[in-house]
Design a protein around this ligand. Structure first.
Ligand code: SIN
Length: 535
């Protein structure tokens, strides 16, 4: 049975961006936060490394700016980079005010190193920084009387009118198997990334690009989706498919070896294991493909076992549970999809070109990451965007009047029951394999063209499922995934050069004229209002 609810501010996603924005806005407004599954199933809670932040008197902001721009391979938005980085220290203090603990060295915050950084500037909590942040923010949000958190409610599509105004959205309630119409003065998408579109990923199952796909169907501009970041070191194990082995191990000296026990990074880059992620991931991919290796190895066992257990307690224990003792064995690793550098076009305050619709965090493209995100810059971007977005909303909206008469979801004409599970899981697996094999670390025009053709067949099938059958979370995610897969592939086909995370062997070099290639854009303007009913 369809029903309606309303709120002043609606936030989709309960990771760091959604929770921080919610906590700020709840000082004045009533806030509803949607989580499509349980709130702990988000990338934030899985983040290990830390937050890159130049701390006054210890680090130089200008060097952090330079490192970010160098890693971004010439297409970062310089003003955005400066704007975000100069707010690093403030963001750390804000998180501390919310109860987040970071490791200290004496009285001062300790800082570690990761690839691409020219100085130790990563603030961290052991090897589970994201979990620490997420637990503390979530606890605060749960106890805030102006915040309602709704779990198991998955946003389907935005509702708006022809003037590009967003008035709310439809959401699928998994518990009652019905669709809720939520009207809201402001909608903030904080839905995270889309790495689940690849067969191997370090992300939780929830990273299906929902916000990006929804915004694209609504008519928003989506940019630079060809830049999907592959993390060099995901654990290679049959029963633990997505466990990240944090880059901070390499920051603390860990070395990469091939299965014969030989170091190989010296053959690829003089910065060796601390080269930027795109370089290290491509080096591993090339070692594996050229030599038919199933994985390579990361070794930190030469360090004092007590240091390893204290500095990386979580990784130590998770590996030990799988009979890998990292204090005396090297760790089998492979690259895996990790971060979505492109996304919904916004400024630092999360404004989209559609009134009342904001987007923050990994689902956005602000120009901060360019063609390759610098390690630990993501939680920084999320915190700054959440704060800036809340400030802007507070300034922009003097009063709220939520009297939109939004139509109820209408699926009365749908007579066919749910799609068979196997039809959904088969398509999921096929999309993820196509993306891994043809639109992965190494691309070519031929492979991208083949991916495009196959994805288009799947898209037609998924469209038929969506329009004629009863919906489910799996079907909604599949619909988002196929949209995302096509956007990434089309964007990759349009970029006739190699830059950062996008490597096309038909165009192995970088085109000098940066401006011409800054944004590869994808839009679907004509979709607006088709979503009022499934018909
Ligand atoms: C890591 O710990 O290696 C991940 C940090 C990041 O992705 O920024």
């Amino acid at each position: 049975m369809s029903r309606k609810i309303n709120t002043e501010i609606l936030i989709v996603g309960a990771g760091i961006s959604g929770l921080l924005a919610g906590l700020e806005l709840a000082k004045k407004y009533s806030v509803m936060i949607l989580s499509k599954s349980k709130t702990n199933k988000c990338s934030t809670a899985w983040a290990q490394g830390g937050i890159a932040a130049a701390i006054k008197n210890k680090n130089d902001i200008n060097h952090h700016v330079e490192d970010t721009i160098t890693n971004g391979h010439g297409i970062c938005d310089i003003n955005t980079v400066k704007d975000i980085i100069k707010q690093g220290e403030k963001s750390i203090y804000l998180l501390q005010e919310h109860g987040v603990n970071f490791n200290k060295n004496g009285e001062e915050l300790d800082q570690t190193l990761e690839g691409g950084h020219s100085a130790r500037r990563i603030i961290y909590h052991n090897d589970n920084t994201g979990e620490e942040i997420h637990t503390k923010l979530l606890r605060k949000a749960i106890n805030n009387k102006n915040i309602v958190i709704k779990e198991d409610l998955m946003a389907i599509d935005l509702i708006g009118n022809k003037n590009d105004l967003c008035h709310g959205l439809y959401a699928y309630d998994e518990t009652t198997e019905s669709v809720v119409t939520i009207s809201s003065n402001v909608v903030i998408l904080a839905t995270g990334g889309a790495s689940k579109v690849y067969q191997y990923t370090t992300n939780p199952d929830t990273s299906t690009g929902d916000g990006i796909a929804m915004a694209w169907r609504f008519g928003c501009v989506i940019s630079n989706m060809e830049f999907m970041q592959f993390h060099p070191t995901c654990l290679y194990h049959t029963s633990e498919k997505s466990f990240l082995i944090s880059e901070s191990l390499r920051g603390e000296g860990a070395k990469l070896l091939n299965p014969d026990g030989k170091y190989f990074m010296q053959d690829y880059d003089q910065r060796m294991e601390l080269a930027p992620r795109d370089v290290v991931a491509r080096a591993i991919d090339s070692e594996m493909k050229n030599n038919n290796y199933k994985c390579v190895y990361l070794d930190i066992s030469f360090k004092d076992p007590n240091y390893i257990k204290k500095r990386f307690p979580n990784i130590y224990q998770r590996c030990l549970n799988l009979n890998i003792d990292i204090t005396n064995q090297s760790i089998p690793v492979v690259p895996a999809a990790h971060y979505t550098c492109g996304g919904i076009n916004t400024n630092v305050a999360g404004e989209t070109e559609c009134s009342n619709l904001f987007a923050i965090g990994e689902c956005t493209h602000t120009g901060f990451h360019g063609a390759n995100r610098l390690a630990s810059n993501s939680l920084l971007e999320c915190s700054v965007m959440a704060t800036e977005c809340s400030k802007l909303i507070d300034k922009k909206y003097k009063s709220f009047c939520n009297d939109y008469d939004l139509p109820l979801w209408d699926d009365s004409y749908v007579t066919i029951p749910r799609v068979e599970n196997v039809q959904i899981s088969h398509n999921w697996a096929e999309i993820r394999k196509i993306m891994w094999d043809y639109v992965g670390i190494l691309r070519s025009d031929k492979m991208l063209g083949q991916a495009k053709e196959r994805l288009s067949i799947i898209n037609t099938e998924v469209d038929e499922f969506y329009h004629n059958h009863r919906i489910s979370v799996d079907l909604l995610e599949l619909r988002n995934l196929i949209n995302i897969a096509e956007i990434i592939t089309n964007s990759a086909l349009k970029r006739k050069e190699s830059r950062g995370l996008h490597y096309n062997k038909d165009y192995p070099s970088c085109v000098r004229d940066f401006n011409k290639f800054t944004n590869i854009v994808s839009t679907k303007k004509d979709f607006i209002m088709k979503i009022v009913s499934k018909a």
